[in-house]
Each structure stands twice: as structure tokens, then as C-alpha cells.
Design a protein around this ligand. Structure first.
Ligand code: ATP
Ligand code: MG
Length: 314
């Protein structure tokens, strides 16, 4: 049963994975409206399965306390990051998940090397961290707007044409270091079409309950659409690695994007296959001794104590 589900999930996400070393052209290679012949109704059931599996695997990840998982989410404005996080996380134990949202860097953050602020929010062993925007902004918004790079006050010898190549290498090295130390890194790019972004902005203007989400700055940023598409294509080409792959999630249909995001996370956890720790012979004897002691304290007239339960229950 678990194998069948694992197979189905692997099949669903295979076309979304960016093969390491390929040159990606977003517009040519990935369709924001793709939905794998699924109907919305089938999708609802799949999402429920995904949420259940996530809960089960998260509990095992936490119990094993050996690996951490970092889940990076990137998208253009109105790409659906918030909704994806809300849905994917709905079955998880809040104690084991931290979501960090990265905004324009503060003065203090700008006083450090560019990866500093992201390193602060890495997951502990047993935990899942979600980066809502991530260190990839450092090769996206920073690349599209040169004045943002100026504010980073880099030493002059590190500026110039080679800067982006070097940043890609540094990010790959950092992620490799993390995976080699038990922090699994998975990256999702929510791929929205320009037309769907326009529709979502219009809804934010027209529906009173969505007005709070509208920002005129987002519409201004849309003028840089082509620059962003180029920056995303380069990022995907240079930083999808065997140790930390990128998945391009078709984002024009929110329900499908959520299924894919949860499928990628489930797949990652299934591959890690965390196990509940087992205890040795000595520790088991100690448990039985403790059980006998508790049995001796049973008050008169109490119905029989429950029989020992299996480890996976409750
Ligand atoms: P939402 O709009 O859904 O609340 P958001 O992630 O768009 O979520 P905002 O506060 O609107 O949050 O925007 C964050 C802004 O911070 C974005 O415009 C992004 O480009 C910018 N940003 C993030 N990281 C950096 C960075 N390293 N350097 C400069 N700007 C950054
Ligand atoms: Mg925003």
C-alpha cells in the first residue's frame, strides 16, 4: 500500500523535477497550466492523502531526530506561496515546523555576508523548516535590481560579471554542506503565467476581502516580468543539483500546485524514510521493571490495566 502510494507520488512529480545540468528556458520547458490529466475532484482526494502521509512521516522524522528538512518556496507575487504553505502544513504538528518569511533585508542583515540571515533559520534535526522566499532572492530580486546589490556593500574585487556564477557556486556548495550534514534541501518554484498573475491582481482589487493583499508595488514589479523569467531560468539551470533539486510547480491552478507541493514534500520524506528509534534489550528490561512498579500501585477495585500498546499507536 505504502509502496503503491510512493510510486504514484514519484510519478506525479517526475516531470516537475529539473534535471541537474540542463539549461532551462522556463517559457519553453514548463507550462504553468499543466495538470497531469487530473480532475479537481481527484485532486482533493490526493491532497488529503498527501496531508495524512506528511503527518505520519513528520512524526517519524521528529522521533528519529537525525535529519532536518529545508523546504524553499520561490514564486513571483501572487504565485500562491501563502496558500500552498497553509494547505501543505495543515496536517503537521506545529512543534516540528518553522516557517520563515524573508523580506527586504534589515540594516543589520546587510552588514553581514548574504547567506547569514538564512543560516539563522535552518531546521534543527527532526524539524521541517519552510523558507517563504529564500536565499534564492539573492540571485533573483538582487539580480533584477542592481541598486539592491549596491546596498550589500560588497568588496569591489567581488563585483563584476563573474559575481552571479560565483553566487550559484556558493549556494550549491552551501546546500551540499547542509545535505552532507543531514539537512535535506528541496526547492519549489511556483510557476505562474503572466496572464494568471494579472487575473489574481484584479481579484485583489475587485474583491473587498482581498484588498489587503493588493500592493501597487507588485504591479510595478510586474514590469520586470521578462527580467525575472530570465533570472529564474538561470537559477534553475545553475542550482538544480543531485543533492538539492528544483521542482517547477505549475501554479496557474491553485489546487494542482498544492497537490504537487505536498507530493514533493512527501516524496522527500519517503526517500529519507525516518524510523522510530528502537530500544535495546537493557532499556526494554528497564521498561518492564517500571511497568511492574506501576502495576503494584494499582488501587483496589480498578479495572484491569490496558494491555501494552504497539509503538506506532497514539
Ligand atoms: P505577500 O505579499 O504574500 O505577503 P511577500 O513574500 O511578497 O508575501 P512582501 O513583504 O510583499 O512579502 O515582499 C517581500 C519583498 O522582499 C519582495 O519584494 C522581495 O523581492 C523582497 N526581498 C526578499 N529578499 C530580498 C533580498 N535578499 N534583497 C532584497 N529584497 C528582498
Ligand atoms: Mg508581496
Amino acid at each position: 500500500m505504502a509502496d503503491k502510494r510512493a510510486e504514484r507520488i514519484a510519478e506525479l512529480i517526475a516531470p516537475l523535477r529539473v534535471p541537474p545540468g540542463t539549461r532551462v528556458d522556463l517559457a519553453r520547458d514548463f507550462d504553468p497550466r499543466y495538470k497531469a490529466h487530473l480532475k479537481k475532484r481527484q485532486g482533493r482526494e490526493l491532497l488529503r492523502t498527501g496531508v495524512e502521509l506528511l503527518a505520519e512521516y513528520q512524526a517519524r522524522l521528529a522521533a528519529q531526530n537525525t535529519y532536518g528538512v529545508l523546504f524553499c518556496l520561490q514564486a513571483l507575487d501572487a504565485g500562491g506561496k501563502d496558500g500552498t504553505i497553509r494547505h501543505v502544513m495543515s496536517g503537521m504538528n506545529p512543534q516540528g515546523v518553522q516557517v520563515s518569511s524573508f523580506k527586504v533585508p534589515s540594516v543589520e542583515e546587510l552588514d553581514h555576508d548574504y547567506l547569514w540571515r538564512y543560516a539563522h533559520h535552518l531546521p534543527a534535526r527532526g524539524d521541517i523548516a519552510v523558507f517563504n522566499r529564500s536565499h534564492y532572492e539573492e540571485v533573483l530580486v538582487v539580480r533584477v535590481h542592481p541598486d539592491v546589490l549596491d546596498r550589500q556593500r560588497l568588496p569591489p574585487e567581488t563585483r563584476g560579471k563573474k559575481l552571479w556564477k560565483r553566487r550559484f557556486r556558493q549556494i550549491n556548495d552551501w546546500e551540499r554542506y547542509l545535505t552532507e550534514n543531514g539537512i535535506t534541501v528541496v526547492k519549489l518554484f511556483l510557476n505562474l503565467s503572466k496572464d494568471e498573475q494579472r487575473t489574481r491582481f484584479l481579484q485583489r482589487i475587485d474583491r473587498p476581502e482581498k484588498n489587503w493583499k493588493f500592493s501597487a508595488a507588485d504591479v510595478r514589479e510586474r514590469r520586470f516580468w521578462d527580467d525575472y523569467q530570465r533570472a529564474f531560468s538561470r537559477m534553475l539551470s545553475e542550482t538544480s543539483t543531485p543533492w538539492a533539486p528544483w521542482y517547477v510547480i505549475p501554479a496557474d491552478r491553485k489546487w494542482f500546485a498544492r497537490i504537487c507541493a505536498s507530493a514533493v514534500l512527501v516524496h522527500t520524506l519517503m526517500e529519507l524514510d525516518p524510523q522510530y528509534p528502537t530500544i535495546g534489550e537493557r532499556a526494554r528490561e528497564d521498561l518492564l521493571t517500571a511497568r511492574r512498579e506501576l502495576e503494584e500501585q494499582t488501587p483496589e477495585g480498578t479495572p484491569d490495566d490496558p494491555p501494552p500498546r504497539s509503538r506506532t499507536e497514539g
